[in-house]
Design a protein around this ligand. Structure first.
Ligand code: M6R
Length: 614
């Protein structure tokens, strides 16, 4: 988490850094800070709060200068206050650092530095790092790049850093291990950032540093990238960016989340375009074709992910087992990595991640690889750590997802996973020909149905107004829609701060039913296909206990309508594809409730978009 930006070139750095920080604010928004070098002195401003607070505070300093670095923080060490905000400055005042990550061994390093006379003003691990670099620099009389390298070889943890040295003001040193870092290469200028969004309008040439690499970014000099461990030179690989400015702006919507909800018909299409050929009865996914034997010989599939991506994994479990008859297990990456799991070379591990940077998922991938499994990633961000760490994979084509609450990532992940399952089912003969063709046709027209499901916006808004002051909420679903219930509850709690839980509907009677009274809204996902009659019985059980029922039903439904207090109608589709539709009104409901409660929908409290710490 945390976003970092650096600029060195011929333009004014401050506006570039501030705009960049605003684009990276999804990565953390506890505090923000900036440093600008005006040719003679360092100007620094930092504050608790958002980048807009920083802008107000930075009015106290002069912000001219063509070198600058900035930081937006998700607090790990030390409370979010002005002092703990980045940039941090070394004791001499010469070195300035911004850091995304955690230095795990900062305490012994700090003790050692204190013994040598260093003073610390913040509670952060980052202030330890900048003083460690200074100590190395002084002791061994090294240039900044070399000192950074020697210091980094002493630290344990994760980092993406930019370091500036007042004594050598024509360069920025950048380095990464575990946290992402991109370098934008322009004409006579360089940008350094946690992702490419801060420099998209200036250059489409980017270099993504690999783990354990560092770069000395120098004015009017070719970029040098080296391995931190052994100092060997690395050939920079310059990539052409696929992102455009429009994708990272709100485009007339009040919030990124709403924009992203409405993008789902088109991004689902983007995700299956060129892969799904319904008329020819074909699924063509290069990564799957190249590794078909590994999938077909798999003893089992293990899905690892976190949060919403984990929910997509649960939907995939139902789909894979039904379509391919390959046993599937779905694990929280954070549990998997620490519980000595049984992984065999015959296993296929599928990590799912929107950002491609989630620390726990990355660690789970590394563990699976060590144990000899084949690892096939489902990821949204091209060039991200997860996409590079996996043996092969398939991208979702959701485009940048900026709202912290994941929406379009979820439906595009399900789309990719459904296509993989269909391809394997075809190869294994585990689906009848007619079912296979029927699913292809249905998936092809799902974007139109998602579009129709978006028309529930008005009714969800009316329902949101009724329940916006609730303190608790239950979400129930069965089969394919049990994970959708979990996802609906997560969406509500993370952006509106209403306590919400999802359950398989039949589990109600094993405990949660005790919570039901006339104040409890219960959202029941009850599409016609699937376990409809069973869900109707569950609704009756809630009704007899006076719970308030909000039901998501298939268009034309009459039975549930008689029982429920409110119904939201979505188009009909097969049971297996229904999560792509049922999830839409739940996203809208959470969105409207959060807006009505005055919550910051795109940047909910305590959260960040990419969770790069464990
Ligand atoms: O980037 P990832 O998909 O790996 O992120 C995993 C979770 O942090 C993420 O899905 C989180 O739960 C969502 N922001 C919830 O909306």
């Amino acid at each position: 988490m945390c976003g970092i930006v650096g600029y060195i070139g011929h333009r004014e750095a401050y506006p570039i850094v501030i705009k960049g920080l605003k684009r990276l604010e999804y990565r953390g928004y506890d505090s923000a800070g900036v440093m600008v070098y005006d040719g003679t002195s360092v100007k620094l401003s930092k504050t608790k709060g958002k980048v807009s607070d920083l802008e107000a505070k930075a009015k106290e300093i002069t912000t001219t200068g063509t070198i600058g670095i900035g930081h937006t923080r998700w607090a790990t060490h030390g409370v979010p206050n002005d002092v703990n905000s980045h940039p941090h400055v070394s004791n001499s005042g010469d070195l300035v650092i911004i850091h995304n990550g955690i230095i795990e061994n900062y305490e012994p390093l700090k003790k050692e530095l204190i013994k040598r006379g260093y003073k610390f003003h913040s509670d952060t691990d980052t202030e330890v790092l900048v003083n460690l670099i200074e100590e190395v620099q002084k002791k061994e009389n090294l240039k900044l790049g070399k000192a950074v390298q020697v210091a980094l070889n002493q630290v344990v943890g994760a980092y993406a850093i930019c370091v500036f040295d007042k004594k050598k003001p024509d360069e920025i040193v950048a380095a990464r291990l575990g946290s992402p870092l991109a370098i934008g290469v322009g004409k006579d200028e360089f940008f350094v950032a946690s992702d490419a969004s801060p420099f998209i309008e200036y250059t489409s040439n980017a270099i993504y540093l690999e783990d354990e690499e560092m770069a000395v970014v120098r004015l009017n000099k070719p970029l040098k990238i080296r391995k931190i461990k052994d100092d060997s030179l690395v050939d920079p690989y310059v990539q052409e960016l696929q992102m455009n400015l429009e994708q990272i702006e709100k485009g007339g919507y009040d919030h990124f989340m709403l924009k992203e909800i409405y993008e789902q018909p088109s991004v689902i299409k983007d995700t299956y375009r060129g892969r799904l050929h319904a008329n020819e009865g074909l699924i063509q996914m290069a990564g799957v074709e190249d590794n078909l034997e590994k999938f077909l010989n798999a003893d089992r599939i293990l899905i690892v992910a976190c949060g919403t991506s984990w929910h997509a994994g649960l939907v995939a479990e139902y789909i894979f087992e039904e379509f391919t008859r390959i046993p599937v297990e779905v694990e929280y990456a954070s549990e998997f990595r620490y519980r000595n799991p049984i992984i065999n070379p015959g296993d296929v591990v599928i990590p799912i991640s929107q950002s491609g940077e989630t620390a726990d998922t990355l660690a789970a991938i590394k563990l699976a690889k060590e144990k000899g499994a084949f690892v096939f990633g489902v990821c949204n961000v091209v060039g991200s750590s997860i996409s590079r760490e996996t043996h092969a994979g398939a991208y979702t084509h959701a485009g940048p997802e900026i709202g912290v609450a994941s929406t379009k990532a979820f439906t595009t992940q399900i789309t990719v996973l459904t296509m993989i399952a269909l391809r394997l089912a075809k190869a294994k003969g585990t689906l009848s020909n007619s079912d296979f063709h029927r699913y292809l046709q249905e998936l092809e027209i799902i974007p139109e149905k998602v579009q129709e499901a978006l028309e529930t916006n008005d009714v969800t808004k009316t329902i949101a107004a009724k329940f916006k002051d609730s303190t608790n909420c239950l979400y129930l679903g069965r089969g394919y829609n049990f994970p959708v219930a979990l996802e609906g509850a997560l969406k509500l709690k993370e952006i509106s701060y209403i306590h919400a839980e999802g359950y398989p509907a039949a589990e109600m009677k094993h405990g949660p039913i005790a919570l039901i009274d006339e104040h409890m809204p219960v959202i029941v996902i009850a599409p016609k296909q699937g376990h409809y009659d069973k869900v109707v019985s569950n609704i009756q059980e809630i009704k007899s206990r006076s719970g308030k029922i909000i039901a998501v039903v298939t268009k034309g439904d009459t039975q549930v309508r008689e029982l429920a207090d409110y119904v939201i109608e979505i188009p009909d589709t097969s049971d297996a594809l229904s999560p792509l539709l049922t999830t839409i009104p739940l996203q809208l409901l959470s969105y409207h409730i959060a807006v009505m409660r005055g919550c910051n929908v795109d940047q909910p409290r305590n959260l960040a978009k990419s969770v790069t710490v464990e």
